[in-house]
Design a protein around this ligand. Structure first.
Ligand code: ADP
Length: 317
């Protein structure tokens, strides 16, 4: 499996929005939300304060890779504030330009969520709570960014947090799951709850049809391997990226534009979706001259790093 498998990418897909399966797994209240402890603790204070003051909560900007819970947290905020939740996105507003219509339909203190907010650059802010979400903080104009009183960066989840998320999901889906089976899914979910949820649903399919309706470690492992998800949680697109740098550029450095062209991916997809997790895992490094593989990456690919002056400083000889 060498091609990117869209069901394993963290990007939102149509079934995420419409499917009951997704809604069933979405945490509804802050206390059910696992991980992001710092963001959660701060939000709890700001929500409580807004309620006590009976004022709109300040505007919030969530930034971080796709699938980490930006939309989920915005919905939880609205619920805990006891106000309506309205949702739109930067591209929709840029195309339809109907922001005025949306704004006049808001009640006082409502939460308006704008996904991909980096795709717009002006907005008039009234006494409601705007929650913006973006994978590209750098693309927001400074004047727009400065309007948000509460900027919040979401982090990749730890294996332990994802383990809890998968366990909770399996319970909601009513599928008997061994602890080690849930852990195996967690370890291979790329630090991302959305991916954990998708992998869990696929493993459930294998369990129901071939595993006697039960998720064991063995079943999780063989299902994930059949889905093309390796032991670090990398999928076909990740491995294609790493192998390109290894085989065609001797481990780098190589510029992102070159990689985008060679992989037929957009630069945005590479920088927002593929690279953040590879960086976090220490599989690549960003240098002024481009991307480079680390020793861990060569090891993971089962390949030898070429000997050379560039590598010696990185790998300690
Ligand atoms: P984003 O808006 O950052 O792309 P979402 O909020 O849409 O991500 O979350 C993606 C999926 O992951 C949703 O199905 C959501 O239920 C699930 N999810 C996100 N964060 C958590 C969490 N902390 N615990 C459990 N499930 C989560």
């Amino acid at each position: 499996m060498d091609q990117p498998d869209p069901t394993l990418r963290p990007d939102r897909r149509p079934e995420d929005k419409l499917g009951d399966a997704d809604r069933a797994l979405r945490p509804q209240v802050l206390s059910e939300f696992i991980g992001q402890q710092e963001a959660r603790a701060n939000l709890a204070v700001f929500i409580e304060s807004a309620r006590m003051r009976e004022e709109a909560m300040d505007h919030v900007l969530f930034h971080g890779p796709p699938g980490l819970g930006k939309t989920t947290l915005a919905q939880i905020m609205a619920r805990e504030l006891g106000v309506n939740f309205k949702m739109t996105s930067g591209p929709v507003l840029a195309r339809a330009g109907d922001l005025a219509a949306i704004l006049t339909n808001l009640d006082a203190r409502d939460v308006l969520f704008i996904d991909e907010i980096h795709r717009m650059n002006r907005i008039e802010l009234q006494p409601f709570t705007l929650v913006g979400a973006t994978t590209r903080l750098g693309l927001l104009t400074t004047p727009l960014r400065d309007r948000f009183g509460i900027p919040t960066r979401l982090q990749f989840y730890t294996t332990q947090e994802l383990h809890e998320i998968v366990t909770r999901g399996a319970r909601l889906l009513d599928i008997p799951t061994e602890d080690s089976g849930a852990l195996e899914i967690a370890k291979r979910a790329r630090g991302t709850p959305r991916i954990a949820g998708r992998l869990l649903r696929r493993v459930v399919d294998f369990a129901v049809v071939e595993g006697g309706g039960r998720i064991s470690k063995e079943l999780a492992d063989s299902s994930l391997t059949r889905l093309g998800v390796d032991l670090l949680g990398l999928d076909g697109a990740d491995r294609r990226y790493l192998r390109l740098i290894a085989e065609n550029y001797q481990g780098g450095p190589v510029g992102v534009e070159t990689l985008a062209a060679a992989l037929s991916e957009s630069r945005d997809a590479i920088e927002d979706v593929i690279e953040p997790y590879l960086l976090q895992q220490g599989l690549i490094q960003r240098t002024p001259r481009g991307r480079m593989l680390t020793q861990k990456s060569w090891h993971h690919l089962g390949m030898q790093a070429p000997k050379g002056p560039d590598q010696s400083e990185l790998f300690g000889g």
